[in-house]
Design a protein around this ligand. Structure first.
Ligand code: NAD
Ligand code: TYD
Length: 398
């Protein structure tokens, strides 16, 4: 039986990962470490923490004593680090906590794992570790900076690798807004306080791999979407606002491009990298789905309006008249400072080495996501109380 220490699993992606793993593997132990910041909610993992295979520990990844205690009590095989401050807009307002959690927290986890996993030293003085252990750092495509946008409209994806094209051809619409992509060889070039802190964390992870020969992987994924996404990020914020007839704040001209990845496909990728990734390697994880923000917003409006008309029982969640759900809700607001223009991932490496591809077409994924929010308004109400109201006012009502 493998034991996973999963940090940040009361948040969006970590929670989805834990749900995926518990469903997939019967014989598994998961220890969750999460300090429950504004972005972490026990309601997101309420079924999981009652599962005998799960232990929940409330605490900070920077707390050495606490992390050591977990390692003393459990035979941790894999440490998967999702815990982070994750929102670019918040990092622009208050960078310091991003450096503390994302950099120092990562280093603390690495250091405790090193001490507990090492068996001794080889002749060259390098550390030797227990068999089969691994540290996986969940990073982001944002560490690569920003790509140019060469096309106004999406056209077929210009992937060079025919094999990869073939793998995904029948499953996804291949879309791009440019002819350059992030690969694992793309130089790190972060531009926001958030992405700089994540890039710094990646470098610390690589430093532990080089200096102490720590068994590690790094995954760098594109923008995730799906259930349990905190409504400060674009898609859940737009869904929430549409349902209450509030304005939809689109930064700048709305033409910035993100590559959207359904969160369950990401969970699957992490499982594959933990279990089969080559030690020391970075794997990029992308959705093959680039889209301009404005088109995401329009598609979300169209999909909600369609569901409401075809299944009128859903209208009970509306806090506005159905006739208000149209493009008039869109409001262009002041652009984000240093707003990255385009992210796009070439996932050839993970597709060819590990056989991973994003299974969920965007049209299918966005409808699943919207339906989840319609069915789980209690969750939205719960997470969007307190701090969220204050944040929203500060961010959007000036
Ligand atoms: P999230 O903000 O929803 O969740 C983060 C979780 O970490 C929360 O549960 C929070 O309570 C916890 N946390 C924060 N600081 C902590 C600390 N000091 N100690 C312990 N726990 C702490 O984030 P997410 O969207 O689920 O992202 C997870 C990871 O994936 C992050 O590392 C993020 O950088 C990365 N990532 C996210 C996206 C995305 O689209 N959401 C894309 C690329 C990479
Ligand atoms: P976001 O979901 O914050 O993710 P990230 O900044 O990590 O990509 O934002 C996605 C895109 O949507 C980004 O280009 C900024 C834009 N955006 C808006 O236009 N309005 C909003 O209210 C938010 C939160 C984001």
């Amino acid at each position: 039986m493998k034991t996973y220490l999963v940090t940040g699993a009361a948040g969006f992606i970590g929670a989805n990962f834990v749900k995926y793993m518990l469903k997939k593997y019967q014989d598994i132990k998961i220890v969750i470490l999460d300090s429950l910041t504004y972005a972490g909610n026990l309601g997101t993992i309420k079924e999981e923490i009652n599962d005998d295979r799960v232990e929940f520990v409330k605490g900070d990844i920077k707390n050495r004593e606490l992390v050591e205690n977990i390692f003393y009590r459990h035979n941790v095989d894999y440490l998967v680090n999702f815990a982070a401050e994750s929102h670019v807009d918040r990092s622009i307002e208050n960078p310091q906590i991003f450096l503390e959690t994302n950099i120092l927290g990562t280093q603390n986890l690495l250091d405790v794992a090193k001490v507990h996993w090492m068996l001794g030293k080889d002749e060259g003085g390098y550390l030797i570790y227990k068999d089969g252990v691994k540290y996986l750092q969940v990073s982001t495509d944002e560490v690569y900076g920003s790509l140019s946008k060469d096309y106004e409209e999406a056209i077929d994806l210009l992937l060079e690798d025919e094999e990869v094209k073939q793998v995904v051809k029948d499953r996804v619409n291949l879309k791009t807004y440019g002819d350059n992509f992030f690969t694992e060889e793309t130089p790190i070039d972060p531009r926001s306080p958030y992405s700089s802190s994540k890039a710094s964390a990646d470098m610390i992870v690589m430093a532990y791999a080089e200096t102490y020969k720590m068994p590690i992987n790094i995954t760098r994924c594109s923008n995730n979407y799906g259930p349990y996404h905190f409504p400060e990020k674009l898609i859940p914020l737009i869904i929430k606002n549409i349902l209450s007839g509030k304005k939809l704040p689109v930064y700048g001209d709305g033409k910035n491009v993100r590559d959207w990845l359904y969160v369950e496909d990401h969970a699957k990728a992490i499982d594959m990298v933990v279990n089969n990734g080559r030690l020391g390697e970075v794997y990029n994880v992308g959705g093959f789905n680039e889209e301009q923000n404005i088109n995401i917003v329009k598609l979300t409006i169209d999909t909600i309006a369609k569901i409401m008309k075809e299944e009128p029982e859903y209208q009970k969640v509306l806090k506005t008249d159905l006739s208000n759900i149209n493009y008039d809700l869109i409001t262009f607001v002041k652009d984000r400072l240093g707003h990255d223009m385009r992210y796009a991932i070439d996932p050839t490496k993970i597709a060819t080495e590990l056989g991973w591809y994003p299974e969920t077409n965007f049209e299918v994924g966005i409808e699943k996501t919207i339906r989840w929010y319609l069915d789980n308004q209690d969750w939205v109400e719960e997470v969007a109380s307190g701090d969220y109201q204050k944040y929203y006012k500060q961010m959007y009502e000036n």
